[in-house]
Write a protein that binds this ligand. Structure first.
Ligand SMILES: Cc1cc2nc3c(=O)[nH]c(=O)nc-3n(C[C@H](O)[C@H](O)[C@H](O)COP(=O)(O)O)c2cc1C
Length: 913
């Protein structure tokens, strides 16, 4: 055995080993999938159809796998999925798994169908990070009981499994289980709740109890309302498990969940469900921008599987069966070993792919294999043989093109860019101060008050005024394109890094529409220049108040927005960029200052931006050639103006001078030229509306280019942007959720009484202390009920009343016991006792003879009565009640005593979890 253990290097090794150790019925139960097993098989195999497009030489020596899930830090994004019946793999069941998870420093989701009770799992591995899985039980009191137990035991979230309205019963598994029933002797601890339905089921014996568990679990009347209800009774975050479609994901988001676990229940509920890795991207897209974390489980067996899931948008993944195999082979050591194998394989995959952390895997790095099977560009034969002149012309054009342009040091015809970080190297920034027109003094940038918002802080709607145009210019050039004016730019415009925050640092590039999607941009356009080979962003970049990078004072023309809302155009020193008094909240660089305070400034800026190291001819070319163009500027009202002209480099479009004139004629007063040519991409509500000029793989079509930074026009943001998660940001104002107040929804107040000091105000109203009722916790429980939410029924017998908080019984005279069930002492003897205690002193001192006689008489009567009563009870009990019904053994051993029919019911339950 020791030798075999030494050979366990992969998850697959553990599976093989578990197969040798576990009884066949148990292995079948763990490993099986529903019906034909299609979904089970597909869940694993689908991973093989994704490819990782590595990026090499990325300097990835500083890697970290750590991330957060619902605000909790984990060392790597791999957790344990909830699975039932750990007792069949290890005698210590879920307690042992919890020890393994804690040793491996990761998150465990405990199944509600655990053998070990919630509190005992916590005690087994104190301090471990755990979430509690549950179903939406038929009896809400049972769900509430699980929620409270999880809260008490320090679990950090609830995972609600929503894919099991009925059981995923599988007859082949049932049959096998029936044959090997003893292995599945386990206890359903969490259903043993002190609530009426559970007590009643238990009182009726084990057959009924097993049925109860089954009936509770498969709740075919559950709806999204039940999710909303759970949210209303707890502050724990909610994760919805078992979603594989965009529609359900959106409904989950509408119901207010905090996370979605894309899962097909390990292929145990339906064999025609999609593989979760295939369904993942659809779910991620459906809830993008709604603040919901998306996770995935199903079929993960290697670190590259984990990487692929992360690359397709999962924040973390969970594993089910591999953990059971580890547990069966080596207990908690096996559990942590499985996690360690996956962790180190993930680290390796990360390094090979050229990434440094799970958060910065580029969105286009993990692709479906079908990407590689697209039709190649048409060959000569396929195209039906073009006119040979076409090829001749093409070759000649190419030669002319290469001969003419290649010698230009900084100009590459394929890239449409000059290398602006070379510009200004020899002090052209100063040169412009010295040589510019006198009226500008030595000020090398222009500041303009931006269009503002009204006195109540409201941005005038509509935010944008968007126009399409097709102008013929006097120069003979043609300008088809778009122009948009944006109100209150300080609150409605952001500079975004490619794809996501960190994009510049990681040299990412992304299409404008994919970056725009991240931030729900209404309108977006490409912005700064970049190095087309390394992907590095050029110039200074400040994005939403965050300084992304500076350029060390070597500047091209920039456009920025300062904290007070002013717009800044022109050349900035490092000092300007880093100014903290009124810092930049958005800043990005272009090449060419086209309009300065209502005047054309093209020639001046050409001089300023053409340092000695720059070939003048290449800058001339860049300024003079026809090309698609993008400029961002302002009009007289201080609105931001974005203009995009369609074109194709050297063939169609505008020179920068014509562009400047055109902008001026459209009321633009200041403008900076941004990246044009094949980069020019204009997106409205997620759709590209201009005509980018880069050829696609199939050269018949044109595709948007992957670029660096973008300008994003959006709804005004709130402060903080998420209204502290207690409100919705609508047109820049936080509309607070129920019971939250304040401009940023940071104050909780539940009605006038604010829970009357007998409860805690939370987002769903007062959560009253035990014994008190919502809405304001002033009312106590109605008679006969007690406890949290007055949901527990009093058991006090014989007219006794119960304490609304603790349920403790106050018995009527003559009754004792915790539920007033005992009538041991006769009333007479109590009277004697009381009389004796209270009046003893007087009896002795004053009226001894008279009272002595009464006492003796009462005592004689009392003894006589008790004697009669005892005789009567003895004879009744032994004659009318059967004494042994076979269930007197403790509950935890009951499974060994139950009949075959009852065993079937257990099996029915187990085979469907
Ligand atoms: C034996 C077994 C029992 C399971 N029990 C539960 C359960 O009680 N609750 C639940 O939500 N999912 C349950 N699942 C599904 C897992 O949480 C998870 O979705 C699935 O196992 C992931 O696939 P994998 O096993 O390929 O990693 C169970 C899965 C297995 C294999």
């Amino acid at each position: 055995m020791a030798d075999e253990e030494d050979q366990l290097f992969t998850v697959e090794d553990y599976e093989k080993q578990a197969r040798k150790i576990l009884p066949p019925a148990c292995m079948l139960y763990y490993s099986s999938g529903r019906d034909r097993g299609w979904c089970l098989k597909e869940s694993t195999e689908a991973f093989s159809r994704y490819r990782i497009r590595n990026r090499v030489l990325q300097g990835i020596s500083h890697r970290s796998l750590s991330t957060t899930v619902l605000g909790e830090q984990i060392q790597y994004p791999i957790g344990i999925a909830p699975t039932a019946v750990h007792a069949a793999a290890h005698p210590d069941a879920e307690a042992e798994t919890a020890r393994g998870a804690a040793a491996a420093d990761t998150l465990m989701v405990l199944s509600v169908d655990s053998h070990t009770a919630i509190a005992d799992v916590s005690a087994a591995a104190p301090g471990g990070l755990r979430w509690m899985q549950t179903y939406l039980f038929k009896d809400r009191l049972l769900t509430q009981h699980i929620v409270r137990e999880a809260e008490r035991a320090g679990f950090k979230a609830l995972v609600i499994t929503v894919d099991s309205p009925v059981s995923g019963l599988d007859s082949k598994v049932r049959a096998a289980l029936n044959k090997d029933a003893a292995i599945f002797a386990f206890r359903m601890s969490n259903f043993e709740a002190d609530i009426p339905s559970s007590r009643a089921a238990k009182a009726e014996g084990d057959t009924r109890y097993v049925k109860y568990v089954h009936q509770m679990q498969y709740n075919d009347s559950a709806t999204w309302e039940d999710i909303r209800w759970i949210k209303s009774i707890t502050n724990l975050p909610i994760v919805c498990k078992g979603i594989v479609s965009a529609d359900s994901a959106r409904e989950a988001a509408d119901a207010g969940v905090d996370g979605i676990l894309v899962s097909a229940h390990g292929g145990r509920q339906s064999d025609v469900a999609p593989a979760p890795i295939d369904a993942l991207a659809e779910v991620v897209d459906a809830v993008r921008g709604r603040g919901i974390e998306v996770y995935m489980d199903g079929g993960i067996r290697t670190g590259t599987d984990v990487f692929k899931a992360l690359g397709r948008g999962a924040r973390a993944v969970f594993v089910g069966r591999p953990i059971l195999w580890g547990l069966a082979c080596q207990g908690s050591k096996g559990v942590s070993s499985i996690l360690e194998i996956l962790r180190s394989e993930l680290d390796n995959a990360l390094a090979i792919s050229g990434c440094t952390s799970p958060d910065c895997i580029p969105s286009d790095m993990v692709v479906h294999e079908s990407e590689y099977h697209r039709n190649p560009p048409k060959s000569r034969m396929e195209s039906g043989g073009r006119n040979p002149c076409f090829h001749f012309t093409a070759i000649v054009s190419l030669m002319v093109y290469l001969c003419f342009f290649v010698p230009l040091a900084f100009w590459s015809p394929c890239e449409d860019v000059v290398t602006p970080n070379e510009l200004g190297k020899n002090g052209s920034h100063q040169q412009i101060e010295v040589c510019q027109e006198i009226k500008y003094g030595n000020v090398d940038h222009h500041t303009q008050k931006a269009h503002h918002w009204d006195q109540k802080g409201r941005v005038p709607y509509p935010i944008t005024d968007l126009n399409y145009f097709y102008d013929d210019l006097p120069s003979g050039e043609r300008a088809p394109g778009h122009i948009v004016r944006v109100n209150s730019p300080a609150r409605t415009v952001s500079v975004l890094e490619p794809f996501d925050s960190g994009g510049c640092t990681n040299h990412h590039r992304a299409t404008v529409d994919s970056t725009a999607k991240q931030d729900n941009c209404l309108v977006a356009v490409n912005a700064g220049f970049f190095n087309p080979r390394s992907g590095a962003c050029y110039g200074n970049v400040v994005s939403n108040g965050r300084l992304v990078q500076t350029n060390g004072g070597l500047q091209n023309a920039h456009l920025g927005i300062r904290a007070d809302g002013t717009l800044v155009f022109g050349y900035l020193s490092e000092e300007n960029v880093l100014q903290t008094e009124n810092p930049f909240i958005q800043l990005v660089g272009g090449v060419g200052w086209l309009l300065r305070d209502g005047e054309i400034y093209v020639e001046e800026s050409k001089k300023a931006e053409c340092g000695d190291t720059e070939e003048a001819s290449s800058v001339d070319l860049f300024f003079n050639m026809l090309s698609a163009r993008v400029a961002v500027g302002s009009d007289e009202k201080g609105r931001l103006v974005i203009a995009v002209i369609d074109g194709q480099t050297l063939k169609r479009g505008l020179s920068l001078l014509s562009f400047a004139k055109w902008l001026l004629s459209h009321g633009v007063t200041n403008a900076i030229n941004f990246d044009g040519g094949g980069s020019a991409t204009f997106v409205v509500n997620g759709t590209i509306v201009n005509h980018p000029s880069d050829p696609c793989h199939d050269i018949t079509y044109r595709c948007p280019r992957q670029v660096s930074t973008i300008f994003c026009v959006h709804e005004p943001r709130c402060d903080p942007r998420d209204c502290n998660n207690h409100g919705d940001c609508i047109q820049g104002e936080c509309r607070c959720h129920a019971n939250w107040h304040g401009v940023s929804c940071d104050q909780l107040q539940c009605g006038d009484h604010n829970c009357s000091g007998q409860g805690i105000c939370n987002r769903d109203g007062c959560r009253c202390d035990a014994g008190y009722l919502p809405p304001d916790c002033t009312r106590t429980c109605p008679s006969g009920w007690y406890g949290q939410d007055c949901s527990y029924h009093c058991d006090c017998g014989h007219g006794g009343s119960c304490d609304p908080v603790s349920g403790e019984c106050a018995c009527l005279p003559g009754y004792t016991g915790t539920i007033c069930q005992e009538t041991g002492e006769s009333i007479a003897s109590r009277i004697i006792l009381n009389v004796g205690l209270v009046s003893g002193k007087h009896l002795l001192e004053d009226q001894l003879p008279v009272l002595l006689i009464i006492a003796v008489a009462v005592a004689i009567v009392s003894i006589f009565c008790n004697f009669i009563s005892l005789c009567f009870r003895y004879s009744c009990t032994c004659t009318t009640v059967p004494c042994d019904n076979g269930y007197s053994v403790p509950r935890k051993h009951v499974h060994q005593k139950i009949s075959t029919k009852q065993m079937d019911l257990f099996d029915e339950f187990k085979s469907s979890t």
